[in-house]
Design a protein around this ligand. Structure first.
Ligand SMILES: Cc1cc2nc3c(=O)[nH]c(=O)nc-3n(C[C@H](O)[C@H](O)[C@H](O)COP(=O)(O)OP(=O)(O)OC[C@H]3O[C@@H](n4cnc5c(N)ncnc54)[C@H](O)[C@@H]3O)c2cc1C
Length: 425
């Protein structure tokens, strides 16, 4: 039987590969999508807590701001296919979307599988040949041009263009095991240091070790990370949760990138994190309000008087840090210690000793050096016919739909230009 030959091979069935395959086929190329797993979009299906935060509705400037890892590289790609195009695309294929807080867009079904299924049916409609359980071993090159791929089973597939969309190396059980880096390296690409981003943080404080606050969530707090020289690195706002190893939650995940970068700069040294429980109120207001609460309930212990103002489980921890007895009543309140207490409400300290591992992180920081990839086409500057899309690149964003936006946008652009390349070369 004669083996079919495709114009373009896409490696990886994540959001970047799915969109790249769709786009290449839509723009006239015959496309084969290779996925080593038993199904497509495994990470996509678990994304956004199984609801898939498919993109973010914020304006382009904000989009770039939310991409701390080489956001500017995405300017050209967003000019061709951005968040609004993603929304339009999904609405157009029957996936209605809704906007939630901070511009986050989800399918109205609240099911990530809706997004994955709709995308896969588009691929089928465009005639994309899909091969599951098909692991790529190597990308083949001849004289700085990409010529095909070799599969793990030894099979050779010749083609004019290869789009590498194999993801990073976080949550490897979804298939993202960093395979794309070695293929890029073989073409002469630099792989920048890989590190965990959008990742929970480990803390060494006694309250963490003792699991005193494990499971306690704090809403709309402000977290400030300080470097070993006492300089503020970043402030992030949002929700957080205490865990058995440290802290997690959306605001904490956004700090992950900065902890990794700061510890790479200063070495693995402890960093201070402070929690502002009341970012909207000044310390004077908090002091007045809490003082009044105790004054108005003179018979109650301060611990009880503060209930409702401060999260209940936090009160004993704060009082102990401020050297105040839980059973103290208003008439015995020491003003100096009270000031210490209110100061803690504005800057409760934690000692961050690192992040969880790269495998446990939501996103991989680092990857294929963006200087070696043409941002207008996603084509390699080292080998013609070689394209990249998604998390395999050294581009990463905060949570909030921005990473899938990068995957879809770079995937679409890579597919478009790979198709143009194959049809004109
Ligand atoms: C738990 C979790 C929740 C997330 N939630 C969100 C969210 O709500 N919004 C958001 O924007 N981002 C989210 N992210 C991040 C987002 O899912 C990723 O950034 C995105 O999936 C990256 O897409 P990708 O296509 O580049 O790579 P991946 O999704 O990692 O896909 C890569 C694919 O390539 C395949 N592959 C790898 N090597 C080979 C090989 N040798 N041969 C063949 N196939 C191969 C893999 O099996 C895999 O299917 C989340 C991440 C995690 C872990």
């Amino acid at each position: 039987m004669k083996k079919e030959r495709f114009d373009c091979i896409v490696i990886g069935g994540g959001p970047a590969g799915l969109m790249a395959a769709y786009s290449a086929a839509k723009h006239g190329a015959s496309v084969c999508l290779l996925e080593k797993g038993e199904k497509l979009g495994r990470k996509l299906i678990i994304s956004g807590g199984g609801r898939c935060n498919v993109t973010n509705a914020k304006d382009l400037e904000e989009l770039i701001k939310q991409i701390p890892g080489n956001g500017r590289f995405m300017h050209s790609a967003f000019a061709q296919f951005n968040n609004q195009d993603i929304i339009y695309f999904f609405e157009g294929i029957g996936v209605s979307l809704k906007e939630e807080d901070r511009g986050r867009m989800f399918p109205t079904t609240d099911k990530a599988i809706t997004v994955a299924n709709a995308l896969v049916s588009q691929l089928k409609q465009e005639g994309v040949h899909i091969r599951l359980h098909t692991e790529v071993e190597r990308v083949l090159y001849e004289q700085d041009a990409c010529t095909g791929v070799e599969l793990k089973n030894g099979e050779l597939l010749k083609t004019k263009a290869v789009i590498v969309a194999s993801g990073g190396c976080s949550v490897p059980q979804t298939g993202s095991t960093g395979d794309g880096y070695k293929w890029a390296k073989a073409a002469g690409h630099t792989i920048t240091d890989l590190y965990p981003t959008e990742v929970p943080l480990r803390a060494s404080d006694e309250i963490i070790k003792q699991k005193t606050l494990q499971g306690l969530s704090l809403r709309e707090v402000e977290l400030t990370l300080t470097d070993p020289k006492g300089k503020r690195v970043t402030t992030q706002e949002g929700d957080m949760i205490f865990t058995h190893f440290g802290v997690s939650g959306p605001a904490v995940l956004r700090l992950g990138h900065f902890v990794s970068v700061t510890q790479r700069k200063f070495g693995i040294v402890p960093l201070q994190l402070t929690i502002d429980l009341f970012p909207e109120r000044s310390i004077d207001i908090i002091s007045q309000e809490t003082w009044k609460l105790c004054e108005e309930q003179p018979k109650k212990t301060i611990k009880n008087a503060l209930k409702g103002y401060v999260p209940e489980r936090l009160i004993p921890v704060l009082l102990q840090k401020a050297e105040l007895e839980e059973e103290t009543t208003f008439s015995h309140l020491n003003k100096q210690k009270w000031q210490n207490f209110t100061r803690l409400l504005k800057s409760f300290p934690l000692t961050i000793i690192g992040t969880l591992s790269l495998e446990e992180a939501f996103i991989t920081g680092g990857g294929i050096h963006t200087k070696e990839v043409d941002p207008r086409t996603m084509q390699s500057k080292k080998a013609t016919g070689l394209f990249f899309a998604g998390e395999v690149l050294d581009v990463h964003a905060h949570t909030g739909g921005y990473n899938i936006t990068i995957a879809f946008s770079s995937g679409y652009v890579a597919g478009l230009h790979a198709a143009q390349y194959t049809l004109t070369s």
